[in-house]
Design a protein around this ligand. Structure first.
Ligand code: MOS
Length: 733
């Protein structure tokens, strides 16, 4: 046997790491071209009404201004709602920029100035003025709860008899939680550079999680044939869901390019990053009933989220309460209230991020009321079946997460009563929570080609939004064909590559990874077959016993140059494209990732300031392809959970109907000084059902449960339950 170590499971450095840290990696708003025009968006200052007049004369007189586009002066765009829908659309009528005179929310793009450079475009934009007919607006979810209606979501049916079981419970808990609007703020703001090619073809660098989603959208909105539109996203500086839907800078930049027949770039300002989707504010009531043995007898979770007046945004907010723990009497409800705001948007672990705050805080309150350790309560209610679906989990090593997390954290030394641990002036609190996220698989395609030089190129139209997709797919491909990672290149972020779903939902490894693996396995067999034509001695060699090393095939003592095999192979034999479907083994099972998060906080007794000093996150997500990039995902999730718990909140001035803190000075996110020690444990979990790789995905599970664990730790430190997030010091004092 040749010595060969599979790269699967190795903590390999990012293959794109050097390009990123040296600045060679170009992002959507960084592609140059001589004569490129720059555009700037002018945003509405009212939240609801109509535009009666637009004054553009002053702007058009600024030297260097090429055009001012608005609803009365723009190229033709589709008038059909459907044409604006995309792969992550909510129900309703998608937003159509510069479509008509209606103002639907404050910050709405209502004009686009195009100029020779960005400074001129922005300055001229400041000279465009509007006469509005202003209508009364409503932007405060908590004032509109009574208007809420059933969300058009597949909320699991009630089971058992919640009311009776709740009434009969030994210990009852009834608590209501409020979570805040949170805005995606990746380092890279949304940007599109549209290169207008001779003949009208468009080559577009866009900040997106799905190049083909954007291609399809532009095709429908502008009626440009798909072959004339190529959308690229080689590098994405974070997205977290903000790039799941085409954001408005994309159609606006394309509109300008088509109108002027010139190349155009449009980058949103940081303030404008607050003028589209966001994680919606929610109010959630949780009722739990426990029997004398510490078994959950009743779970009720009633949530209301906000949405816009034009779309019904829904997320998986309450279903977790019906599936994480064993309980026979469950009643879940999910309603929406319409406001004069933009439609919310998926944000990392959409629904679970906020829904699990309510469930896991309520569980902690219940544990306290029943005099049970919070880990013990969860342990007693472990569910190996998903009660919502009546199906067993394909794997669920949550008990091991509790064990290993608690062990590493030192949970056994916890004194159970609040305010019983301190460090000088600091009240010390230890809290924990569980986490859960779906483990999905979507249809995806990948292509694997062996070049004449023996180099393997694998491609798929997926993106890498910072998650490590380039690296992980390289590892999966190298393992499947039996090559060294150095001999493999993975291409992505290009709408012309084999079809891939949006990068999101933690399903990229499962979906695209399965396609990559299958394509490379087939190619491996083809290589062997082609080699056998040259070397009959290989007839008895199995594909698994062959390695492709240093441009040679090694098997049965032979060392055959790959170049010879490629030259000899029938046309196209060494190019394999596979369309991978979710495996049929999944049917009959529920698939999910789980976690247990343990947190230490220190709360200054006189100041109320909160410091998260330690976090241990134990995650069960099946097989981890790359522990380094996976750990990075969990670290990011923990940091974000800390922000959800303590910092993040889009604050709306309801008189003006607009977000006040639309910048990173006032919209607080955790900074380095806020972060203590974070330990990540990947609990071993074998899963042969979820997919051939046995990988469940780690993109979202890291954030789930963190905010509740912190809230629970704050209660343990201070004896005070804060149920309105974020938990700022004024609420603790
Ligand atoms: Mo994530 S919200 O699935 O991009």
């Amino acid at each position: 046997m040749n010595s060969f170590t599979s790269s699967l499971g190795q903590p390999m450095d990012r293959v794109d790491g050097v390009a990123k840290v040296t600045g060679r990696a170009r992002y959507a708003g960084e592609y140059p071209e001589a004569g490129l025009l720059h555009a700037s968006v002018v945003s509405s200052t009212i939240a609801r009404g109509r535009i009666r007049a637009i004054h553009t004369t002053a702007a058009l007189q600024v030297p260097g201004v090429v055009a001012v586009l608005h609803h009365l002066d723009r190229p033709r765009i589709s008038s059909y709602d459907d044409d604006y829908s995309d792969a992550d659309s909510a129900e309703g009528s998608p937003f159509r920029p510069l479509y008509n005179d209606r103002i639907l929310y404050s910050g709405q793009p209502i004009a686009l100035v195009v100029a020779e450079n960005l400074e001129i475009a922005r300055y001229a934009g400041s000279l465009v003025t509007f006469d509005y007919e202003q209508d009364e607006h409503r932007t405060d979810l908590l004032s509109e709860l009574s208007s809420a209606y059933d969300a058009p979501a597949e909320t699991p049916e009630a089971r058992g008899d919640f009311a009776q079981a709740y009434a009969a419970a030994t210990t009852q808990l009834d608590a209501t939680y409020v979570t805040a609007n949170e805005h995606h703020n990746p380092m890279e703001p949304h940007a599109s550079t549209v290169f207008y090619k001779p003949g009208g073809a468009l080559e577009i660098h866009d900040k997106t999680q799905g190049t083909q989603n954007c291609q399809d959208y532009l095709h429908k909105v502008f009626g440009v044939p798909k072959e004339q539109i190529r959308v690229l996203a080689a590098f994405v500086g974070g997205a977290f869901g903000s790039g799941l839907r085409p954001q408005y800078q994309l159609p606006l930049a394309v509109m300008a390019a088509l109108h002027l027949k010139r190349s155009v770039r449009l980058t949103l300002t940081r303030q404008q990053m607050f003028t589209f989707g966001y994680r919606p504010r929610t109010q959630q009531r949780v009722r739990l009933g426990l029997d004398a043995k510490g078994q959950l007898q009743a779970i009720g979770h009633d949530a209301i989220g906000q949405t816009s007046r034009f779309e019904d945004f829904t997320e998986h907010l309450v279903e977790w309460s019906g599936m994480l723990y064993r309980c026979d009497n469950v009643a879940l409800s999910y309603r929406l209230a319409e406001l004069d705001v933009y439609t919310p948007l998926d944000m990392r672990a959409p629904g679970a991020g906020s829904g699990m705050i309510a469930l896991e805080c309520a569980l902690d309150e219940l544990a306290c009321a029943a005099g049970l350790d919070p880990v013990e309560l969860r342990r007693r209610n472990f569910a190996s079946n998903n009660g919502n679906e009546g199906k067993p989990y394909s794997s669920k090593e949550l008990l091991a997460c509790y064990d290993q997390g608690a062990e590493r954290f030192g949970w056994a030394a916890r004194s159970s009563s609040p305010r019983s641990m301190r460090n000088g002036n600091q009240l010390v609190g230890w809290g924990m929570a569980g986490g859960v996220w779906e483990s999905m698989q979507m249809k995806a395609s990948a292509k694997a080609c062996l070049g004449a030089d023996g180099h393997l190129t694998v491609s798929s139209a997926t993106t890498d939004i910072g998650t490590g997709t380039y690296t992980v797919m390289t590892q999966i491909a190298a393992d499947a064909i039996g090559m060294d990672v150095a001999d493999v290149t993975f291409l992505l972020g290009d709408s012309s590559l084999p079809t891939a779903p949006l990068q999101g939902g933690s399903f990229t490894v499962s979906s695209v990874g399965s396609a990559v693996r299958q394509a490379c396995q087939v190619l491996r067999t083809r290589v062997l077959e082609s080699a056998r034509a040259l070397y009959p001695a290989l007839a008895t060699v199995a594909a698994a016993d062959m390695r492709l090393v240093d441009g040679h095939l090694l098997a049965a003592g032979e060392r055959i140059p790959l170049a010879d095999i490629v030259a000899q192979a029938p046309e196209g034999a060494l190019q394999v494209q596979i369309d991978a479907e979710p495996g049929s083994r999944r049917e009959g099972f529920s698939t999910a990732t789980h976690s247990a998060v343990f947190v230490e906080v220190q709360v200054d007794e006189s100041l109320g300031s909160i410091k998260v000093t330690r976090v241990v996150s134990a995650v069960a997500a099946g097989r981890v392809v790359n522990p380094k990039t996976a750990r990075s995902q969990i670290l990011g999730g923990v940091v974000w959970g800390l922000g959800m718990a303590l910092h993040e909140e889009g604050q709306t001035d309801h008189n003006l109907g607009r977000i006040l803190n639309h910048n990173l000075a006032e919209y607080h996110i955790p900074v380095h000084a806020d972060i203590g020690e974070i330990e990540v444990i990947f609990v071993e979990e074998e899963d042969e059902i979820v997919n051939d790789l046995g990988s469940k995905g780690v993109g979202e599970i890291g954030v789930v449960g963190v905010a509740s664990a912190i809230a629970n730790a704050i209660y343990h430190a201070t004896g005070k339950r804060v149920r309105t997030f974020p938990i700022t010091l004024d609420k603790v004092l």
